[in-house]
Design a protein around this ligand. Structure first.
Ligand SMILES: [Mg+2]
Length: 252
């Protein structure tokens, strides 16, 4: 295993919030990997979505899907699952919404075409986004998110906010998975980069946490000690973080 790991969020960080493309981040990923840095995506995306992205970017050191629910290790090791099965998450979300008098609409209630229209994903990418194993992404149409959070907690669930949606999950987060990877792979140092509140637990778990700007030019308010804000939006910010990491590698 590599001495250095960079954990990265995908949507709004390594990939553009608007077109889901890596842009300049693609070359940065290549340089990182050529310099012996493991780049591990840690995302709310599903395993079905990650397959083609990992292949396209040439990532080879594993991945984390659905906000920490599932870890795929490099090599033949069996996946590690922290997630709650999708049907259980859906049922718990429905019960919590009814108790909190909140109206929600989840990916399981939507067609591929509806998800594509909401996200700008292609139809096939929307289908992969709806192929969920451990979490449900949803919008709140009416009612209080705070009340919903309380009712979810009573049912052993929580909702985290990503770039576009809330996502209901079991009591794991991106940090759960990052800590498990660090404990098993024991890198000399760890970096992470993200853009949204669901990245905070991942950032808090590493030695060098970084935050990129959102498309509106602001940084999300994250309660993470020592987090460094870079100027670039999304992939441009990822490139800045990669350059800092590469200069550390060069310095030995
Ligand atoms: Mg993001």
């Amino acid at each position: 295993m590599r001495d250095r790991i960079l954990f990265t969020d995908l949507d709004g960080t390594l990939l553009s919030h608007h077109d889901y493309r890596p842009g300049p981040a693609r070359a940065a990923v290549e340089r990182l990997q050529a310099s012996g840095v493991a780049v591990i995506p840690v995302t709310s995306k599903t395993g079905a979505e990650l397959g083609p992205i990992v292949a396209e970017l040439g990532l080879r050191d594993g991945w984390v899907a659905e906000n920490g629910a599932e870890i795929r290790w490099p090599g033949p090791a069996a996946p590690t699952v922290h997630g709650t099965p999708y049907d259980q998450v859906r049922a718990g979300l429905a019960a919590a919404a009814a108790a909190a008098e909140v109206t929600v609409r989840g990916f399981g209630d939507m067609s591929d075409a509806e998800v594509a229209a909401l996200t700008g994903l292609t139809l096939s990418a929307a289908r992969a986004a709806r192929t969920r194993a451990y979490s449900e992404s949803f919008v709140v149409l009416h009612g209080s998110v705070t009340a919903l959070q309380g009712e979810l907690r009573r049912r052993g669930l929580r909702a985290v906010r990503g770039g576009r949606f809330l996502t209901a999950t079991g009591l794991h987060d991106k940090g759960t998975a990052v800590r498990a990877i660090l404990a098993r792979l024991l890198p000399a140092t760890s970096w992470a980069v993200g853009d949204a509140p669901n990245d905070a637990p991942m950032l808090a778990a590493v030695a060098h946490p970084y935050q990129v700007r959102r498309p509106d030019g602001t940084w999300a308010q994250l309660d993470v000690a020592g987090v460094i804000r870079v100027d670039g939006v999304g992939p441009a910010g990822f490139v800045e973080v990669a350059e800092r990491l590469l200069s550390q590698v060069m310095a030995g």
